[in-house]
Design a protein. Structure first.
Length: 188
């Protein structure tokens, strides 16, 4: 499915996602380069919220730039298959080889602020990530590998502790929303 249709057809989980979806679609219309980091104001990113088979653990990386535990993910960099971006980033950042998307549909939609920072000895100005996230299952017994240029650690943690591991208040809200949505989905 076309990446714009994927976002357009996404049913927001709550009021925050409804508003963010409206703005994301406006940005897609406003900017022809929103799929690329060439747009220094805002661009599409794709992340993986990775759970184990029993869905009681989540795979996290300790992100070097943000100095916080987080999900895996990265920039679309022109790639239109956003699920493929999320899976590629997951594998690169953790060493996990065998992954299974629980759905090919977006699981969460957010606009995330990024503070100015240094990356590869260059300053990156503050900007916004138009974030799509997918729910993915992986084997918690696979060997994990740290991608040292991005992360300082990789591990599985109890899903109910995700918001305790993150020290970014805006991301704590995102993770809490995803966990709530996942638990509701599992009860169905």
């Amino acid at each position: 499915m076309n990446w714009i249709n994927l976002i357009t057809k996404y049913t927001p989980y709550n009021e925050q996602e409804k508003k963010d979806k409206e703005i994301i679609l406006s940005c897609i219309t406003m900017f022809d380069d929103v799929l690329s980091r060439n747009n220094a104001i805002t661009h599409i990113t794709s992340s993986a919220f990775v759970v184990n088979k029993t869905k009681d653990k989540v795979l996290v990386v300790h992100h070097n730039i943000y100095n916080s535990w987080s999900w895996t993910g990265g920039h679309a960099d022109g790639e239109e298959d956003l699920l493929a971006v999320a899976i590629k980033e997951l594998k690169e950042e953790t060493g996990i080889k065998s992954v299974q998307p629980i759905s090919s549909q977006i699981f969460a939609l957010d606009i995330l602020p990024v503070l100015g920072h240094i990356k590869q000895e260059k300053y990156v100005s503050a900007h916004l990530h138009l974030s799509v996230a997918f729910l993915i299952e992986a084997d918690e017994n696979e060997v994990l590998i740290v991608k040292e240029d991005e992360n300082s650690d990789v591990k599985w943690i109890p899903i109910d502790e995700m918001t305790l591991y993150s020290n970014e208040p805006h991301m704590q809200k995102v993770y809490a929303k995803i966990i709530s949505k996942l638990k509701k989905r599992e009860k169905m």
